[in-house]
Design a protein around this ligand. Structure first.
Ligand code: GLN
Ligand code: ZN
Length: 761
């Protein structure tokens, strides 16, 4: 057994869990399809956990986290652990694991929990439902069992739990809760379950526990901060407990920092990458007596750390606290496993990168440098200095043509004609019925499509053969949509592996990885491209596919592009210039594409910005600056076309209160919004804001395999018609049909069209 370290030393806040070769993804999908049993799934999971703990230890960490593994989502784990299982799942009579998956994915006639983005990342968590009736109890033993499991392998780990305050702040009131009920009001009761949990962990032998409270890097009221303090006074006051490490990430703790610094906990974790740095820690009462876990290695991006700068920060932190531990800024969940897995990546670019494994090594190196002096890590310091210098001077990082062109953009280039005029000229061209039906762009990615793409990538089929297969698919999708009776068609995006990666592969300034997978939700992974240099579009990207699709039908086919903000949000972006500057470069590349699509006869162009809300800064004081550059980037991307060309946009997720003005500012003619899983809760916000252009709230949830029926969609459409008149309302599913099968999509769209016919005026 490894010695129990008195201090935290070198650590990470969390680690990827999907598996270096996506082993968990495969096992989950096999299990859901009935190909492997629950026991087999749990064996794959245990194996991944064991490999992770061992690897983290071997890479030199002093304190290895546990319970960072999850079969689906850590927030769902936390909710299940404290017994927050809504009635509709509890009454299914399923075993623990099956109930858990029902909460994540739904079951026959039972809707799953809502899913939304984890802070400002592209990871999704399941939103617990808490009401006055929720009975909290210690309903499982996952953290304790995983602690024991690691200990049996000789590794004394630090169990990681979602903190009680953040768990409730991330929850939503259950349907039966009275108006005004807030989950956080039940914190004192929930804390008693954590009392039991900490007792059980101490009993099992855990010397440390990590409680994550990232909700406090956002705006929080004085009473929410007081509640946090009460929670840690209670937990810290226990006599039988592990040492408590409260972790924060994704920004500064702000007014919650003094509250935690004076609470009776042993360690506090701060994000020195996203936050304002070590200076925010000076003169905070109580901090000097704690172990400060300094998150100096960026847990969310893939660039090698500037070790000199990180060490300088650590030295500043050491002036503030007696004991300093070195960590990542957040869990490494948000980066891929290992740069060495990238055999096809340009060697020079590769030398600038650090994925999870490399970041763990950086943490260990920094801890050593802090402990033994810079002289002990000279070679590492020199090698990172060389990599940083090489990156700054490399070709493609700065492209003067791009910079010159951007410098010449005028504000007139961000304007289109007024909406009334646009609407009239578009209607003259399109002649659509009220409440037009459409989809958000993709159709199921069948195994045939994937096989064709793989064969093309591996050179087993040539470009002509690949194009022929994709065209056949497009034709199939067009014919299907005509048969279903949809009004505005799409080509189905068969040629796209991913809505961001596809453009990254065709634009200059990006590189793509072969195995750089990051978990998005459950078994879904994404492979974010690396935006390393100035961005431009060497040649048209989508025009041939779109015009082919349009040639097959008289109905309008929507061109389909990804917007600049989303391209940034779902890529690993360069960290050497402001995000707004990078956004404008991407916007110009998209603008070139919209102009070419219009020229080629495409009358509707959708520019997806599903990530607009996701990048919104966590503190409201920072919102305006972000919304200004992000809205401008969208306008730059979409204002190069004539008034008669209809611009659509699509946004995911339902918390629109805070970005409604920005959505208006985008100026799109039609905006589709994901809404089905939250049962149209967004529409009152939209109506109240005075939003006066076309809107298409998603009428069925595609994240779940469940097929909706006509009655159910009719109810949602009627609710939508209460808030938006039929001449501005569109009917569409939520986004992402590509993740479903035709057996699910066809009946669902049939039901949608039938429901529209019932309510269309
Ligand atoms: N056009 C994309 C699709 O339908 C949009 C996906 C998204 O918004 N996430 O797949
Ligand atoms: Zn979406």
């Amino acid at each position: 057994m490894t010695p129990v370290s008195a201090s935290i030393g070198a650590t990470v806040l969390g680690y990827p869990r999907i598996g270096p070769q996506r082993e968990l993804k495969r096992a989950l999908e096999d299990h859901w399809a009935g190909r492997i049993t629950q026991d087999e799934l749990h064996r794959v999971a245990a194996d991944l956990r064991a490999r992770t703990w061992r690897r983290l230890l071997d890479l030199g960490l002093d304190s290895v986290p546990s319970n960072t593994f999850s079969l689906y989502d850590q927030t769902l784990d936390a909710a299940a652990l404290v017994g927050a299982v809504p009635e509709r799942f509890a009454t299914l009579g399923l075993d623990e694991t099956a109930t858990y998956f029902a909460m994540a994915r739904g079951a026959t006639a039972v809707a799953p929990l809502e899913m939304t983005k984890w802070f400002d990342t592209n990871y999704h968590y399941l939103v617990p439902e808490i009401g006055p009736q929720t009975t909290f109890r210690l309903a499982g033993d996952k953290p304790i069992a995983e602690y024991r499991e690691a200990r049996d392998q000789g590794i004394d780990t630090r169990p990681v739990l979602l903190g009680p305050a953040t768990l409730l702040l991330l929850s939503k009131p259950s349907d039966d809760a009275p108006a005004g009920f807030r989950p956080i009001d039940r914190l004192d009761e929930l804390v008693e379950i954590y009392v039991d949990l900490l007792g059980a962990l101490a009993e099992a032998g855990a010397s440390w526990v990590q409680l994550d409270e990232p909700a406090y890097v956002g705006d929080r009221s004085a009473d929410e901060i007081a509640a946090l303090r009460r929670a840690y006074d209670r937990l810290g006051g226990l006599t039988n407990r592990p040492k408590i490490f409260v972790a924060s990430y994704f920004g500064d703790l702000g007014p919650a920092l003094p509250a935690l610094a004076s609470a009776p906990v042993e360690a506090l974790g701060v994000d020195l990458v996203a936050g304002s740095g070590a200076t925010s820690l000076v003169d905070v009462a109580g901090l000097s007596e704690k172990t400060l876990v300094a998150g100096v290695v960026d847990g969310r991006n893939i660039w090698r750390s500037d070790l000199d700068a990180a060490l300088a920060q650590l030295e500043q932190v050491r002036a503030v606290a007696d004991d300093v531990a070195v960590s990542t800024s957040c869990s490494l969940l948000h980066v891929p496993y290992d740069v060495d897995g990238e055999t096809k990546l340009d060697r020079r670019l590769k030398s600038w990168l650090a994925f999870a494994e490399q970041k763990v090594a950086e943490v260990a190196t920094l801890a050593r440098g802090l402990r033994e002096g810079r002289g002990s890590i000279t070679a590492a310091l020199e090698s990172t200095r060389a990599a940083l210098a090489d990156r700054a001077a490399a070709p493609g990082v700065v492209d003067e043509r791009v910079r010159t062109r951007l410098g010449r953009v005028t504000s007139a280039e961000l304007q289109r004609g007024d909406y009334a005029t646009r609407r009239e000229s578009q209607q003259a061209v399109l002649g659509l019925p009220p409440l037009p039906t459409t989809t958000i762009g993709s159709f199921p990615q069948t195994s045939d499509i994937r096989a064709a793409r793989a064969a093309f990538t591996n050179g087993r089929i040539d470009e002509d053969e690949y194009t022929a297969r994709m065209r056949a698919e497009i034709e199939r999708v067009i014919r299907l949509q005509e048969r279903l009776g949809l009004d505005v068609l799409v080509h189905g995006e068969p040629e796209r592996n991913d809505m961001v990666q596809y453009f990254a592969e065709h634009f200059d300034g990006f590189a793509v990885t072969t195995n750089g997978w990051v978990q998005s939700y459950g078994s879904r992974c994404v492979r974010p491209p690396i935006l390393f240099g100035d961005v431009s579009r060497p040649a048209p990207v989508t025009v041939d596919w779109a015009t082919y699709a349009q040639s097959l039908t008289d109905r309008p086919v929507k061109g389909m592009l990804t917007g600049p903000v989303t391209i940034l949000a779902w890529s690993f972006v360069r960290d050497d210039q402001p995000l707004g500057d990078t956004a404008r470069q991407v916007a110009l590349a998209i603008r070139d594409e919209t102009v070419d699509l219009e020229q080629a006869g495409i009358r509707i162009i959708q520019v997806d910005e599903p990530a607009l809300r996701e990048l919104l800064p966590l503190r409201s004081a920072d919102h305006d600056a972000y919304l200004t550059w992000s809205v401008d980037a969208f306008r730059l991307a979409t204002s190069g076309v004539a008034d008669s060309t209809q611009i659509h946009t699509h946004l995911c997720y339902s918390e629109f209160g805070d970005v409604v003005a920005a959505i208006d500012g985008l100026g799109a003619d039609v905006t589709s919004i994901e809404a089905a899983r939250s049962r149209m809760e967004i529409l009152p916000d939209v109506a109240a804001s005075g939003f006066a252009r076309g809107i298409g709230p998603g009428v069925y949830d595609i994240h779940s395999p469940r097929v909706p029926d006509t009655d159910e969609i009719e109810v949602l459409l009627k609710a939508a018609l209460e808030a938006v008149p039929a001449d501005r309302l569109w009917a569409n599913p939520d986004c992402g049909l590509k993740t479903r099968s035709y057996e699910q999509v066809e009946p669902a769209l049939t039901a949608m069209v039938a429901a529209v016919h019932r309510v269309r005026p």
